[in-house]
Each structure stands twice: as structure tokens, then as C-alpha cells.
Design a protein around this ligand. Structure first.
Ligand code: HDE
Length: 707
């Protein structure tokens, strides 16, 4: 990490603008901002004190309601560069010219926790992108998981009530591991596919920079000739897709609840700009009809093995916000913010979202003029007859505020003609049908893709899903809910159901519970069609490993722990190699200040064993030097550093010849672990770097029970 750079951007180290006087909001210069106006220095305060009242009034109203979901987030500015234009599919300007650059603002978020909760909750992550295109704002409001819990927007309030903290006591915060969520999930089998993703490592990412993004809902693109195509949007991180382990996630939540925010912030400050490839999965009507599931059902994914993804450009984040509230908090996303060339499918979840996101801004931002806030304002000029409302900033000067009009000075109603027919126009589509409140039978198979997702995981991926179900259902206190969910698992995968049931001390039920079937039967006319479920499919692209990047350790964080008497030569060699690879090596000891090596040189300590923790690093290096290691072996916290790194399957380098740290820690329990390297020669350092690039040694967890 470039600490000088971080320092430069630390507001506490920036000089205050001393040339500017302190003023009230009305511009009156303030002479004394430390004392209220009083009747005598020891007397009562006077109501007349307008400066005090303005200050406190403004402070009293600093908070706005947090988002009802996705309350906790982190944002950044950046740019989208189009490399492979697709005018044959969309007439959108920003998708038409190779090399075109569009400014963006991205907000990542967790879904369930409130604004002050932890980044490392087991949860879906929001991935919302605001494109400031030359033709208006396009918001791609996506997630890091390609499917959703429910099929119809009308169930969203119930889902959110169930997963949020329970209403009597507001417990638990930022967690799905409680009765009401699993009660809902066990009664609504359409949640099964998303729940399987939620129990996978996708829900505990290592970094926002290492997550895929998905538009989830099916959208439409249309070209200048009016031909339309179904489209799914994808984002693939250049750093690969990586996660932490659950035990680690829980510890990170205590050690640094801002882990993801800080990681994003520091990467951008250091010039390590995170990048994703933006891709589209395009489907013609014929391709859509050939699929054996309905692409209007947001609980389904289209595996890229079936319809390949075309990557069309790069999203890069390169500037941190200047102010969290003004930008990250006030940014307002809405799937209904689209530009000509992009349209909606009839997905009933998307259709409901089109109402909700506009509506919610009123209670959150308090005005229909939220589009005038700098972060929400389109970069192209806007012109219409929407008028007035709270906190209006624009000062319209035209002669008319209605349409049509014949006043001079602009006729916006002609804009479609004036722009050569490029304005937004919905794709014309034939529509007929009875007005019904029913779910399409084509949405009825909830389990084939759920099973496919589980089948497609690696051995460790499956183990983590088993562990996650055991943890989450283990937190459920009503046994009938646990049992009901086991009924769903029994339909999806018998082995998985058996493993989880054993750990819960229950027997695997014989299929879905009658309550589950009863609920689903209210939604579908003929439910369940269990005989039609396809259990045997596997698509590698659904596993995280398929998207991992194992070539580089760029931006990874490695802890070097040492004490007096360490080996400076070895440390220097390691430092120079790690730096050359673009990773970070922090020096950690039991105290701040300078530590003296065996040969009298000094290094400055970056953090102490108590201010940073093993779980906040990707790998561990115990610096060589007999005296140093002997001292570390007597410090419980240093031994825990090693134990945790081992437990969390991280690469560990042990410098020097001493065996003392091995004997003092759990390393003594692990034989011939390929990700524990003794540093004797330069080639051992290279080996360590390769192991860090592998991210984790999952074999260790499969072979040993260290947790
Ligand atoms: Fe959202 N969602 N959502 N959602 N959603 C909101 O809008 C809603 C859904 C997503 O960083 C809210 O401004 C309904 C799917 C993200 O500001 C709200 C339904 C996907 C964000 C809302 C869904 C998302 C939100 C709350 C079911 C993935 C954060 C605050 C019909 C494609 C955006 C706000 C940000 C936020 C409603 C389902 C993603 C209440 C009704 C599916 C990333 O309007």
C-alpha cells in the first residue's frame, strides 16, 4: 500500500482554507463559533441566537432515511470504454462507437444490514452502475448473484420483512440465519435456487473488486431498424472471483467491519483501478423459445455454455467520491432509467421494480427533484415541463410550461423529430390476454437449476454449501422450519440433505412438506411437477473457480510478522519481490516504532499484532531470524496469527531455520502442506508468490479439520 498516497488524501492532513471566513448558511460572517449567546457569561442562553439555532437545526436534520434494502454501500466514479460496438443490437449511442467513453458511478452494497452493519455478512451484494450517457442516464441496477429469490414483485415486501431482523427485537442484524427468513424460504420453494447461491461462497466475497455482476432481469435491446433482442448483462472482474471463508468472515466483521469499503477505497487511492469486462448475452426469439426454462423468470440463470457472453467493453473505477453523503448516499438508481436502444422485458419482477425505485426516492431523498442532485444529474442537457416541487434548483425561463405550445424559444415536443428519430420509443409488441392474477406454469420448475448449481460446484464449493446450510438452519430455533427446509433439499440433492440433516440431528423428510406444497399450490394451478425435474446437469461456469484468476498477486495483502533479531536480508528479498508483483507487504510486530534486526538494521512497524489481524491479510510471512521467532512463539497473539492463516487455508512462508513457530502453532498438526513454504532460497520466495496467487489451499481444509 502506498501509505504516503493515503496520507495525502486524509482530510485531517489537508490544510484548512484559512482565507475563507466561517459563515452562516445565509452568508453572514461568524465571529465566534464556540459560545452561545448568553445573558452574562454564567447566565441562561438567549433564544435570539440565530447562529446557534441554525447550526443545531441543520445538525438535527443531518440524517435521511436509509435505503429499505441495500442500506450499506460504497461507491466510486469511473469510466466505461466501449471496445466492441453492438449497433446491430442496440441503437444506444454509448454502445455504438468503438472507443466511446462514458462516465459512470458505481455503488456496491450489502442487502440486509442497516447502514452501520458489517461488510462481511453472508448476503447478496448490490452492483449498481449509473452510466451518464450522451443520451441520458442508464442505470444497470444489478447484483453479484445472477438469480433472485422471488418471481413476482408482489412478494418483495414479504421477502424483505422475513430476512431483515425480526420485528419484535430487531435481532439479528445483517444475517439471514434466523427463524423468519427460513420460515419464508421453506414455504416459498421458488427461493430455492437463490438460497443455494446464498449458501455458497459467492455470498462472502473477498473484495468488491473480485465479484461478478449481473443485471439479473432480462432486458431488451433494439436497433435503429426497430429489431429487438432479449439481453442479460454481465460483469466479469479482471482480478477473478474470490471469497473468504465463513469463520474468517465472522472474524473480519469484528476486526474491520469496513473491510470491503476500505479495500475499494485504498485500491483506487493507490492507482490500482478495479476493472470489469461488461458483457451481453443476446437471445433472439428463436433462441429464447428453444430454452427449457422461461427467461422472464428471474429465478433462472442462462448458463454461458448455452448462450455465450459477448464482452463489449471495460468498466474501470478510478476516482473515490469527494463526499460519502453527497454522492454514495444520495445516488438514486432506478431500472427505469434507460436510454433509446434499451427496453424492458415482461419479467414480472422487473415490471414491479419499475415502480419501486422511483417511489422509494421520495421517502429517502424527500423530493421529486432528486434528479437535480449533482450525483444524479444527467450530463446531457434536460428539457421538459416538469415543474416546481420541494427543493427545485433549476430556474426555468421559458415562456411556456405546457405542451404543446406555440410560444417562441423551443419546442421540446418535437425532440424526437429533431434528433432524427433517435428518441426513446418502447419496442412495439403484440399483446393480448385475459386479465389474471396467476403465475405462468413455465415458472413452475424451482429445483432443476437449484440442483444444477450444486452439481456444478467443486468439492470445496459443495463442502462450504453444506457448512452454510448447517450453520444457518442450526440458528433456526423452530424444528418444523428446519425440517421443512430439509424437505426442499431432499428434492434437490439427497446427499446434501442427508449431510445437513445429520448435523441438525434430524431425519431427511420424504420430499416437500405439505405446507410447502400448499403455499406453492396457491401460486400455481398445477404444483408440483416434481417428476419433470432434471437433476443431472452440470455447468462449470456456475462455479467460482471457473472465473478465478490465479496468475497474479497484484493488490493482495501479505502480513510479515517479526520481532527483535529478525533476518533483514531475507526480509528485503521478500519485500522487493512482493513489491515488484504489485502486492502489499505490511510489517507487523508486538509494538509500534522501530525493530532491530540480528545485524543491527532497523525496520519501521506498520501495524501491531492487535491493530491488524491475520484475517485482514491474504497470506502470512513469518520473517526468519532465531531470536525474532523465539520471541514471537511466546506471544499468544502471534501464534494465533499463524493458526488463523492456517485455518483459513492461506499461503504461509516461514523464514530462517528455526522450527520454533511451527512447534508453537497448529502448523505442527499439518503434515506436508503444499501452501506452507520454508524460505531458504530465492526460489522458495517464488514458490510462495505462486501459492499466494492461488489464493487458498482448499486441500488443507478437505484433509484437516482445523476449524
Ligand atoms: Fe432492488 N431495490 N428491488 N433489486 N436493488 C432497491 O431502491 C426492489 C431487486 C438492487 O446502490 C431500493 O433506491 C423491488 C433485484 C440494488 O442505491 C428499492 C424488487 C435486484 C439496489 C428496491 C427488487 C435488485 C436496490 C431500495 C423486487 C438485482 C441498491 C433503495 C421486485 C437485479 C441500489 C433504492 C443502490 C435497491 C426495490 C429486487 C438490486 C426499494 C421491489 C432483482 C443493487 O426500490
Amino acid at each position: 500500500m502506498n501509505k504516503d498516497n493515503i496520507k495525502k488524501n486524509d482530510p485531517s492532513s489537508v490544510d484548512l482554507p484559512t482565507t475563507q471566513p466561517l459563515t452562516s448558511n445565509q452568508g453572514t460572517t461568524i465571529a465566534d463559533d464556540f459560545n452561545t449567546l448568553k445573558s452574562g457569561t454564567r447566565g441562561p442562553s438567549l433564544l435570539e441566537d440565530f447562529l446557534f439555532r441554525e447550526k443545531i437545526f441543520h445538525f438535527d436534520h443531518e440524517r435521511i432515511p436509509e435505503r429499505v434494502v441495500h442500506a450499506r454501500g460504497a461507491g466510486a466514479h469511473g469510466i466505461f470504454r466501449l471496445t466492441d460496438p453492438i449497433p446491430q443490437f442496440s441503437k444506444a449511442d454509448f454502445l455504438s462507437q468503438a472507443g466511446a467513453e462514458t462516465d459512470v458511478f458505481v455503488r456496491f452494497s450489502t442487502v440486509v444490514g442497516s447502514r452501520g452493519s458489517t461488510d462481511l455478512a453472508r448476503d447478496v451484494r448490490g452492483f449498481a452502475i449509473k452510466f451518464y450517457t450522451s443520451e441520458g442516464i442508464f442505470d444497470l441496477v444489478g447484483n453479484n448473484i445472477p438469480v433472485f429469490f422471488i418471481q413476482d414483485a408482489i412478494n418483495f415486501p414479504d421477502l424483505v420483512h422475513a430476512v431483515k431482523p425480526e420485528e419484535r427485537n430487531e435481532i439479528p442484524q445483517a444475517a439471514s440465519a434466523h427463524n423468519t427468513f427460513w420460515d419464508f424460504a421453506s414455504l416459498m420453494p421458488e427461493t430455492a435456487h437463490m438460497v443455494m447461491w446464498l449458501m455458497s461462497d459467492r455470498a462472502i466475497p473477498r473484495s468488491y473488486r473480485m465479484m461478478q455482476g449481473f443485471g439479473v432481469n432480462t432486458y431488451k435491446l433494439y436497433n435503429a431498424q426497430g429489431e429487438s433482442f432479449f439481453v442479460k448483462f454481465h460483469l466479469k472482474p479482471k482480478l477473478g472471483v474470490h471469497s473468504v471463508v465463513w469463520d474468517e468472515a465472522q472474524k473480519i466483521s469484528g476486526r474491520n467491519p469496513d473491510f470491503h469499503r476500505q479495500d475499494l477505497w485504498e485500491a483506487i487511492e493507490n492507482g490500482d483501478f478495479p476493472e470489469w469486462e461488461l458483457g451481453v448475452q443476446i437471445l433472439t426469439d428463436e433462441q429464447e423459445q428453444a430454452l427449457d426454462f422461461d427467461i422472464l423468470d428471474a429465478t433462472k440463470v442462462i448458463p454461458e455454455e448455452l448462450i455465450p457472453i459477448q464482452y463489449i467493453g471495460t468498466l474501470q473505477l478510478n476516482r473515490n467520491p469527494d463526499n460519502y453523503f453527497a454522492e454514495t448516499e444520495q445516488v438514486a438508481f432506478h431500472p427505469g432509467h434507460v436510454v433509446p436502444g434499451i427496453d424492458f422485458s415482461d419479467d414480472p419482477l422487473l415490471q414491479g421494480r419499475l415502480f419501486s425505485y422511483l417511489d422509494t426516492q421520495l421517502s429517502r431523498l424527500g423530493s421529486s427533484n432528486f434528479h437535480e442532485l449533482p450525483i444524479n444529474k444527467p450530463k446531457n442537457p434536460t428539457h421538459n415541463f416538469r415543474r416546481d416541487g420541494a427543493m427545485r434548483h433549476d430556474i426555468p425561463t421559458e415562456a411556456a410550461n405546457y405542451n404543446p405550445h406555440s410560444a417562441p424559444g423551443g419546442c421540446p415536443y418535437l425532440s424526437n423529430l429533431m434528433s432524427g428519430g433517435k428518441g426513446f420509443d418502447s419496442v412495439p409488441a403484440e399483446m393480448e390476454g385475459r386479465k389474471v392474477r396467476k403465475r405462468s406454469e413455465t415458472f413452475g420448475d424451482h429445483f432443476s437449476q437449484t440442483a444444477t448449481f450444486y452439481n456444478s460446484q467443486t468439492e470445496i464449493g459443495k463442502k462450504h454449501i453444506q457448512d452454510a446450510f448447517s450453520f444457518e438452519l442450526g440458528k433456526v430455533t423452530r424444528e418444523e422450519i428446519r425440517s421443512r427446509y430439509l424437505g426442499i433439499l431432499s428434492v434437490v440433492n439427497k446427499d446434501l440433505a442427508r449431510i445437513v440433516a445429520d448435523r441438525l440431528g434430524l431425519v431427511v423428510p420424504d420430499g416437500l412438506s405439505k405446507e410447502t406444497v400448499q403455499t406453492a399450490s396457491q401460486i400455481f394451478e398445477n404444483y408440483p411437477a416434481l417428476d419433470k425435474i432434471k437433476l443431472g446437469f452440470t455447468y462449470p461456469s456456475l462455479s467460482m473457480e471457473y472465473h478465478c484468476d490465479f496468475d497474479t498477486i497484484k493488490t493482495r495483502k501479505i502480513a510479515a510478522i517479526l520481532s527483535e533479531g529478525f533476518d533483514i536480508q531475507e526480509l528485503k528479498q521478500m519485500q522487493s519481490r512482493i513489491k515488484a508483483e504489485g502486492a502489499v507487504l505490511d510489517i507487523i510486530s508486538d509494538r509500534y516504532g522501530e525493530i532491530i534486526s540480528a545485524t543491527g538494521e532497523v525496520v519501521k512497524v506498520d501495524y501491531t499484532l492487535v491493530t491488524m489481524d491475520s484475517v485482514l491479510y491474504d497470506a502470512l510471512y513469518v520473517v526468519g531470524g532465531d531470536a525474532s521467532q523465539e520471541k514471537l512463539a511466546t506471544i499468544k497473539k502471534a501464534v494465533c496469527y499463524v493458526d488463523d492463516a492456517l485455518k483459513h487455508n492461506k499461503a504461509i512462508a516461514i523464514g530462517g531455520n528455526s522450527n520454533v513457530m511451527v512447534l508453537a502453532s497448529d502448523l505442527r498438526l499439518v503434515e506436508s502442506d503444499k501452501a506452507v513454504v520454508k524460505i531458504r532460497t530465492a526460489s522458495d520466495i517464488e514458490m510462495f508468490i505462486q501459492l499466494v496467487a492461488l489464493h487458498r489451499n482448499w486441500q488443507r481444509e478437505l484433509q484437516n479439520d482445523l476449524l
